[in-house]
Ligand binder design. Structure first.
Ligand code: ZN
Length: 374
């Protein structure tokens, strides 16, 4: 892999990741761009205890442009996009409309009662373009392309973890209009947060409680072992990864991918796990697209890497994993986050996890075996 770091016209960083070591990426961005806005702040909710990013400048962001104005296609035929080159393998650049940006500012300002805490929304938001092909989704990538994306996620995690003030790196993909994706060109995002996210905080609490309750056992190891032993919800059990629908799935179709050897984050995966991941993940994505039948539109999904926080004392006990889920619950029907979910954080799931797992096994690619890379 070759990595080439450049700057866009407004100063944002753009990084090319090429599978060929002799790739040359020296094209200059000639667009007349103003510097990006840095007006974001985060505010702490005094009742919920979580941080909300307030980013008013995002209202003006690009919204469903026609394909011939796609900002994620390469710059070709006189049309200038976000990527100055006329082709690319994988490209990462700073989001033009970030909700988090810049180094940590002064300590949080508070009112005299300590209720209205606010801080600059430090951190970083990046866009990851998985392929220069406008019409290919992640599931259409070859294992080699998917392996390059995994390398990119890993490299970004390493680099962003080093930024001052960054506490957690989150790599994710939103797919489909139903999820609110405003650009159809296949891409993911990376958020580097200046705090540990609520989801990870609650998992860290469960991790500590399980350790205390069991005399030192690891929650991630025990969940993975229990799911494999039960097997009713296992979708794919490879040599280095297991994909399963969790015991208490929140979403109609939800799959978690765990490396068999627990590691805190992507940077710690070994070569064997790296080699098998593309095969398992691509197969799970392809099954997701078949779950609702042959003539259904592509399944909208969110794919989220859960990684250990950068500086947390328990980070070595955390288990890297990927959580993939769709908001579609049946043909033409979406699962909305309605009263119970949005008002009280209590999920109601209409598809039993065992049923979801059985369906995901049923729609396997004919002849699928984890042998191609062995
Ligand atoms: Zn495009």
């Amino acid at each position: 892999m070759k990595k080439t770091t450049t700057r866009l016209a407004d100063g944002r960083e753009l990084v090319h990741y090429d599978s060929r070591d002799d790739a040359v990426r020296d094209t200059v961005d000639h667009r007349p761009l103003d510097a990006t806005s840095t007006a974001s702040e985060i505010r702490r909710d005094p009742l919920r205890g979580d941080w909300v990013a307030i980013a008013s400048h995002r209202q003006g962001r690009t919204y469903h442009p026609p394909a011939d104005e796609c900002p994620l296609c390469p710059s070709r035929d006189g049309r200038l996009s976000e990527i100055p080159s006329d082709d690319y393998d994988v490209v990462v650049f700073e989001n033009r409309f970030p909700s988090l940006i810049g180094p940590p500012g002064p300590q949080s300002a508070e009112d005299e009662r300590g209720l209205f805490a606010r801080r600059p929304a430090a951190g970083r938001c990046e866009v990851v373009c998985f392929t220069s092909d406008h019409d290919a989704s992640f599931a259409d990538l070859t294992p080699e392309q998917a392996a390059l994306v995994l390398e990119v996620w890993t490299d970004r995690t390493a680099e962003l973890s080093e930024l001052p003030g960054v506490e957690q790196v989150f790599c994710f993909e939103n797919r489909g209009r139903e999820i609110g994706v405003t650009l159809s060109h296949s891409h993911g995002q990376i958020y580097a947060y200046p705090f540990v996210t609520p989801r990870t905080e609650s998992t860290l609490r469960e991790l500590a409680a399980h350790r205390d309750r069991t005399g030192g056992r690891n929650l991630f190891d025990d969940v993975l072992a229990a799911e494999r032993a039960d097997a009713a919800r296992v979708v794919i059990d490879g040599d280095h990864w297991t994909a399963f629908v969790p015991h208490a799935a929140h979403w109609p179709y939800e799959v978690h991918l765990y490396p068999r050897r627990r590691v805190p984050d992507l940077t710690a995966l070994d070569d064997a796990a790296r080699a098998e991941f593309p095969h398992v993940y691509l197969e799970v994505l392809r099954r997701f697209d078949r779950v609702f039948g042959p003539d259904e539109p592509p399944t909208p999904y969110i794919s989220a890497w859960h990684q250990a926080p950068v500086h947390h004392p328990d980070r070595r006990d955390f288990g890297l994993h990927l959580e993939l889920f769709t908001v579609r619950r049946s043909k033409g029907k979406l699962k909305f986050l309605a009263g119970s979910e949005s008002g009280m954080n209590v999920f109601v799931n209409d598809v039993p996890p065992e049923t979801a797992a059985a369906r995901l096994r049923e729609v396997a690619t004919p002849g699928f075996r984890l042998t191609a890379h062995r």
